[in-house]
Design a protein around this ligand. Sequence first.
Ligand SMILES: Nc1ncnc2c1ncn2[C@@H]1O[C@H](COP(=O)(O)OP(=O)(O)OP(=O)(O)O)[C@@H](O)[C@H]1O
Length: 770
Amino acid sequence: MEKPINSTTLARTKSDQLAETLAAAFKPPTQSDQPPGTSDSGGTLSRKSSKRLMMSASPGRSSGTSKNNTHIRKSRSAQMKLDLEELSSGAALSRASSASLGLSFSFTGFTVPPDEIADSKPFSDDDIPEDIEAGTSKLKFQTEPTLPIYLKFTDVTYKVIIKGITTSEEKDILNGISGAVNPGEVLALMGPSGSGKTTLLSLLGGRLIQSTVGGSITYNDQPYSKFLKSRIGFVTQDDVLFPHLTVKETLTYAACLRLPKALTKQQKEKRAIDVIYELGLERCQDTMIGGSFVRGVSGGERKRVCIGNEIIINPSLLFLDEPTSGLDSTTALRTVQTLQDIAEAGKTVITTIHQPSSRLFHKFDKLILLGKGSLLYFGKASEAMVYFSSIGCSPLIAMNPAEFLLDLANGNINDISVPSELEDKVQMGNSETEIRNGKPPPAVVHEYLVEAYESRVAANERKELMSPLPLDEELKLKVSSSKRQWGASWWQQYCILFCRGIKERRHDYFSWLRITQVLSTAIILGLLWWQSDSKSTKGRQDQAGLLFFIAVFWGFFPVFTAIFTFPQERAMLSKERAADMYRLSAYFLARTTSDLPLDLILPVLFLLVVYFMADLRLSAGPFFLSMLTVFLCIVAAQGLGLAIGATLMDMKRATTLASVTVMTFMLAGGYFVKSQGVISRRKTIINFLCLTNESSSVHILDPIYVIQLSHLQASSQGTIPRHHASCKWYKNRQWLEGSQCTGSNDFWLPFLGIPFFAEDATPLWSLKII
Ligand SMILES: Nc1ncnc2c1ncn2[C@@H]1O[C@H](COP(=O)(O)OP(=O)(O)OP(=O)(O)O)[C@@H](O)[C@H]1O
């Protein structure tokens, strides 16, 4: 039913408007049709001002032909069978009008004569756009063919279940959102904060697959499949990047992991360099990305690196969550310009945007306006203002269209004329409609807008917007394939991730803070045990205390660093796994082993200081045995820390569990030391720590005693303490009693509290605690 609208507003119906605009679209443009400030009919309505300038200046391109270049390029690069009529009245129309929107709210269109499209030339150098904002020329975007994907979503709903202490309730996040976007187009999702943009984007990008999602989302008329993981680029709102890698390293690793196996390493590296130039990052390519504690590239550059990380694979679908937030208007414009270039290369681009400037707004092909999870508008961005004026909502003062739309979606109608039916509601002033300053409240405005979209946008118009391009069966089949495509073999993935891990972590390991921490501990220990005496029993007991401390220090210190490894990289891991960059096993192994080489350098430094300051036994055997013991302590501690971190994948819980584990070890260790002479108790504790039972044939080696014994045994006068006399040594395939194992050739492989050798496995050397 047609609702009454305010006579003071541009009270035209949408269908009237469309009739007018279509008429205008098929009429050759005249000077008077042009909005002020635009040039003649030549390249005027191209969607990119910079490109327009470039094109009109290009040799061999008359102003008369340049106006169509954008469309020509777009239609060709998309490699889709575009219907000329649709092109003329559709995308061309939308872009044409978008150019005029910032200056007047009237709609002017133009058409592309089919013969000019037919005459179009292949890409040439003069297609390279000039980056006006940066004042530099940049390379044209990769135009190699990409699988075109037509994305369509119908009546998408999404609910979350919010669990309270005793109750749980459902919350509707999205209510019946429909839309479609073709290859070569940029769709912008706009709406106030909390309106559901990110949720919708995540659903469309296959990042949120849950049972609470309703409606249908199709890619070339097929549902989401694993194949799409490698065809989708998804730039998240938060920049998830390694802070210590440079721009070039970041993009090179992404290229090596994500590009198809068919390309050589050199080709992949070249692609990374190309992307650097395409995104204008050449000046900062050797600068670290940076993070909260490290100064790195600027926010805009970081965002472009994120975009580069995704476009490097030449994706068919590119999703971006607020790519311009936090950027100044020029950088934001440059970023959106980049998106346009990407779309022109035949990709489907969907981006959320918060508060675009009017220049930015005009660059989008289609627009979805959301308000509280409901659809307020879906259509060509250029027609949004016309549509809202047709339902009686127009700006009363000159206003950026994006600002106007966001005000409306927020229900804020200051400086906005409203239709008479809404004004009537205010005058009625019933309990439903609380009057505030004589204006209808936001909830009423929202309700009106939702209803208006549902009832006034004719079904056939919606159908037209949603109508797909003709799709090959082959295209459909490709998308529906569930075959995953890895960019590198398992071993290559492991090697790349190993190198990346070392590069990323080297700064942590060689940070002055860490070196000072370790060195100061070593010096304090060295001073406390300065030139300790190993000849008397008391002196040896003192040394045993020092050895105990060393083993405990290196048994626990790495737990706390290792425990955060996986939780810290959780965001990166889920982002990269969502894009099928590597197998989980390759990541886990590479991450675990890449820490080791670095983890072993600081202990060497530490032991060198302590060993000589405390004057422990100065001969190669005990020194290297002590070193080996410390290394094994670290390996065991790291394994424990990584396992805890990987199990929980949550910083808070991992910290709690690490504290509990360390406290348990400390208590057990304290009790162990206290009950040294009481064999039965010690056995119980060791069994408890190692989770083995007495009947198990697993033998446990305790580093503290092994170091201690190595010193005692290495000194000819050393006597085996009472509790060591109860040990058995496995050597030369037979068990020796404690008193028999004083030979200087005895050697042990200690391991911190980890079940070590099974008796049956015939280990070379092992210690059995009775
Ligand atoms: N898992 C969840 N549990 C509870 N609420 C959720 C959940 N996911 C989304 N929401 C809610 O849904 C609404 C939409 O969130 P979304 O992040 O999509 O908004 P947005 O439009 O992207 O906001 P912004 O522009 O601020 O990023 C918000 O109110 C948010 O709190």
